[in-house]
Design a protein around this ligand. Structure first.
Ligand code: SAH
Length: 234
């Protein structure tokens, strides 16, 4: 099976999601709209939640985590202005839905997730969809993925009080990062751009509510990485 084999499932719900949730709120990037109209979001959720998959809100994915609201996925993705040649780092890939959206728009996605069960399940769904331009590892995303840096874009799906310096340092000159920043109850999405000389520019976007980017402390969360191999799309 490949992505296209699933596209007639829930096609009307996806089209309604694009028309009612994304376009009216200012998502206008045609590639983002097309991809979100095509990726089967319901496959990433537990079977008991499938009928809510295209609703206008986050849904639980277990382990105290949530798949982001469709509009937030679209807004963060659009803000990154992805080109088909871009290499993207995603932190907190959770159920893998955002990973799939990024993988359809960029050359390659490198994703880091800290919960082993989410990593396992997302790998299974992503490979079922035939998305091969993804590398997914278990670990502490606050460290980024230095061996594979620099990245043209970084998407962080968990909030932090301050911009994690290690992640910014792994951004290529001209690179873009979108991240929820702030105190728990006053988070905003922020687009951080790295100037060609290494300087930083910020654009504050909408308010949001994410789970924290956890600090695993002494816990050893690093275990061997698992890859969905395959060449990039470039
Ligand atoms: N975008 C994903 C998940 C959002 S929830 C989705 O739509 O499913 C945030 C995710 O960040 C969770 O899966 C959580 O386990 C992960 N996370 C939290 N702290 C992390 C860290 N330090 N490193 C890697 N992943 C982390």
């Amino acid at each position: 099976m490949a992505l296209s084999d699933y596209q007639n499932q829930y096609a009307a719900a996806r089209a309604a999601m694009v028309e009612r949730q994304l376009k009216p709120r200012g998502v206008s990037d045609q590639r983002v709209l097309e991809v979100m109209g095509g990726v089967p979001r319901h496959l990433f959720l537990d079977e008991s939640l499938v009928s809510w998959a295209y609703d206008d809100g986050p849904q639980p994915i277990g382990h105290g985590q949530f798949i982001s609201q469709p509009y937030i996925v679209a807004s963060m993705t659009q803000a990154l202005g992805l080109r088909p040649t871009d290499r993207v780092l995603e932190i907190g890939s959770g159920c893998g839905y955002q990973t799939a959206v990024l993988a359809c728009l960029a050359d390659r996605v490198m994703a880091v997730e800290i919960v082993p069960q989410l990593r396992d399940r997302s790998l299974e769904v992503l490979s079922r969809l035939g998305l091969e331009n993804i590398l997914l590892k278990l670990g502490d995303g606050r460290q980024g993925w230095p061996e594979l840096a620099p990245f043209d874009a970084i998407l962080v799906a968990a909030y932090s009080e301050a911009l994690p310096r290690r992640l910014f340092s792994q951004l290529a000159p001209g690179g873009r990062m979108v991240i929820p920043l702030g105190p728990e109850n006053g988070q905003r999405l922020v687009l951080v751009t790295k100037d060609p000389d290494g300087g930083q520019r910020r654009r504050v976007m909408e308010g949001c509510r994410f789970v924290p980017l956890v600090d695993p402390g002494q816990t050893d969360v690093n275990s061997p990485s698992f890859y969905l191999g395959g060449p990039g799309r470039r």
